[in-house]
Every structure is written in structure tokens, then in C-alpha cells.
Design a protein around this ligand. Structure first.
Ligand code: SF4
Length: 360
């Protein structure tokens, strides 16, 4: 395979196959820069020079989690040191604080508490809705949908319908990690399997609930696994067009069980971060937005990722305990003024957006 020819074909409309993406993900030296440049060209043609961000606030309600995934330093069992679960008044206070910060999105990000029921999840939606009438609620993963369905003795489709009726604006495409079951058996054995993730996401899209797509990379998977993951996302998008963006989540290793037990690597390298951004842009010809998670890779590498196919800077966040507890630093808040400095430095234009990518 020749990198130059393959990239030229891709820019000409050829849809990459998993084997070709695997080849590109292994690029080094000048070949790597060719991949990044091709992705930047595709980004320019697809979305132009605008870099977007959303003014949002993460709210963590509990870190108690039945899954205790090996790649995560945030979730812990009930009764473990540092385990907490907010009461209603505390959640209300967090919502009030978010509203005072003028956010357009509240993102509920918690562990999968074993005692949470369908009614618990519905009450969280109502609670946010009461205090923040016009804020978009972006919440819950397909794994939480499956948990609510099991607890409530109803189908995942019915759970999603009830979430939507209660005021859910969009579902999180988290819990995807790497959509290869052999990898999932190592990094998140208690989570739903690949086929179930795809089924629930497809149900959400069919019900008119948009979702993000995510990939959590750099722990134990190979380049081929990353390519297979992208292939699944592209197929889903072909049939539903329900993904708003791909969120690239680089593994933060320091406080995770997988790393402490010597099973995972120390995370992706900068070369891998940039190449996955670029190959995602080239592979997902049906996903307009490729989001760079500054909290995971730092603001300097984020600038480079925006030159490698990325076009979105995620959100202000204000809090990201998931990354912080896993050993990440500076992941809580990025001031839009700093975003502006980063974006103008590379000759692009920063614009605020809402969750669904309408410019604000
Ligand atoms: S990644 Fe999510 S499901 Fe897994 S342990 Fe962390 S909080 Fe729980």
C-alpha cells in the first residue's frame, strides 16, 4: 500500500476500508504528516475554517458504579473510599450554579449506580428541567439505558421514549470505548457488548434522539481495533444520521487498575492522538464534526489536532472528575478566551455553538 496514493483516493471519494485505516494509523515520519495534511484538507472542504465550542457544565451525581471498568479511575463500588452519591438538594445546587454560568448545555456524567432505577434517572431529568428550563440536557450512556431497562422490566426503546418525554435532549455516545468485544472483555467486562451498544444507539436515533459517538483509545487495543471501531460508527451513521460528532477520548492511565496491574500502556502517544484525529476525519465521511478533547490531550496538542482534521473544541465543562480521578490535570475548565487564543493562532475562527451545532 502506498500512503500518497491511498490519501489521494480517499480525498477523491474512495471510502477507506478497515485495513486501509489500520495502515494509515501506523504511519510514521513524513508519511504521518501526509495523513494529517489530507485530513486537514477534508476538514476544510467539509466544515470550513470555523472551530466551535459549547458553553456547558458537567454535573457528576455519583461515582458509585457497578461496572468499575479497569480503564477508569472515577467509578468505584459502594462503600469504597471516596464513594459519594449526591442528594437531590446537592444536585439542585449544582444545576443552579450551572445556570448562573450561562451554559446552554448540562451534561450529567456519573457512575452506573447499582441502586438507580428508571425512576431515579427520570427524576434527574425533571430536576434539571425544573431549575434550567431552556438548557439542553445531554445525559446517560447506552449502558445506563440498559441498566434502567433491566431495573424497570421494560425495553430499552421504552426507556429512551420516557427519557425523551421527560426532557432529555440528547444521549451520550459514551460506553462505546472500543467496539470490539475481545478488547471490552479486558477493559470493561461488565459493560454492554458491542451489538447492544449499537442497538441502543440506533434505537435512540430512530426515536429522534441524537447522540454523540465516542472512542476511548490508548489502553489495550490495536490500530486494527480502532479501525474496526470507526467502521461500526460509519455503518450506524449511514443508516441513521443520528451522530452529532465523534468525540476522541485519549486514555488517561495513571490512577487506573489496568495500568497499575501492568495490563495497559501509558496511553496513546502524541503521534497516535493526531493520527486518530486525522484517520477519523478521513474514515467518517458521513460525520461532520470531529471533536478534540482538550482535557485529555492538553491544549498544545489540541491545537495540532485542530490542524489534523478536528473542528470542535468540546465545551467549557467547568468540572471533569472522570479525567481528574484517572490522573489527568487541568481538565476542568477551559476559558473561551484561551480557546480564542488557541484558534486564532492557527488562523481559524472560534464560534460558540449549542449541543446540536447551531451557532449561538
Ligand atoms: S467508565 Fe463509566 S461505567 Fe466504567 S467505571 Fe467509570 S463511571 Fe463506571
Amino acid at each position: 500500500m502506498d500512503t500518497r496514493t491511498l490519501l489521494s483516493d480517499a480525498l477523491g471519494g474512495h471510502r477507506l476500508a478497515p485495513g486501509e485505516a489500520t495502515f494509515l494509523l501506523k504511519a510514521t515520519g513524513r508519511d504521518m504528516f501526509q495523513v494529517l495534511a489530507a485530513a486537514d484538507e477534508r476538514r476544510e472542504a467539509t466544515i470550513g475554517e470555523t472551530v466551535t465550542y459549547v458553553r456547558n457544565q458537567n454535573i457528576h451525581i455519583t461515582n458509585i458504579c457497578k461496572n468499575v471498568c479497569g480503564f477508569c479511575g472515577f467509578g468505584r463500588p459502594k462503600g469504597a473510599e471516596g464513594a459519594y452519591c449526591d442528594d437531590e438538594e446537592t444536585v439542585r445546587e449544582k444545576v443552579r450554579r450551572a445556570v448562573s454560568r450561562d451554559v446552554t448545555e448540562i451534561c450529567l456524567l456519573s457512575g452506573v449506580h447499582p441502586d438507580f432505577t428508571l425512576d431515579t434517572y427520570l427524576s434527574f431529568i425533571s430536576l434539571v428541567r425544573e431549575s434550567a428550563r431552556h438548557v439542553h440536557i445531554h445525559a446517560f450512556s447506552p449502558d445506563e439505558v440498559a441498566h434502567a431497562a433491566e431495573k424497570g422490566g421494560i425495553s430499552t426503546r421504552e426507556v429512551l421514549s420516557q427519557f425523551k418525554a421527560a426532557g432529555l435532549g440528547s444521549l451520550q455516545g459514551t460506553a462505546a470505548e472500543i467496539l470490539v468485544d475481545e478488547v471490552r472483555r479486558v477493559i470493561c467486562p461488565r459493560k454492554i457488548k458491542t451489538a447492544e451498544w449499537v442497538r441502543i444507539i440506533t434505537e435512540a436515533h430512530t426515536l429522534g434522539i441524537p447522540t454523540t459517538a465516542t472512542i476511548m483509545y490508548g489502553s489495550c487495543e490495536s490500530e486494527r481495533d480502532r479501525a474496526e471501531h470507526l467502521d461500526i460508527l460509519r455503518s450506524v451513521q449511514d443508516s441513521t444520521h443520528g451522530f452529532t460528532e465523534l468525540v476522541l477520548l485519549s486514555y488517561v492511565h495513571a490512577n487506573t487498575r489496568l495500568f497499575k496491574d501492568g495490563i495497559s500502556r501509558t496511553g496513546a502517544t502524541g503521534r497516535e492522538d493526531l493520527l486518530l484525529t486525522a484517520v477519523s476525519r478521513l474514515y467518517l465521511d458521513n460525520v461532520v464534526n470531529i471533536q478534540v478533547a482538550w482535557g485529555k490531550i492538553g491544549t498544545k496538542l489540541t491545537q495540532m489536532a485542530l490542524l489534523s482534521g478536528g473542528n470542535d473544541l468540546a465545551g467549557t465543562m467547568f468540572s471533569d472528575d472522570v479525567t481528574a480521578d484517572s490522573g489527568g490535570r487541568g481538565a476542568d475548565y477551559l476559558n473561551p478566551a484561551e480557546m480564542e487564543r488557541m484558534v486564532s493562532d492557527i488562523g481559524r475562527v472560534l464560534r460558540q455553538r449549542d449541543t446540536l451545532y447551531n451557532l449561538v
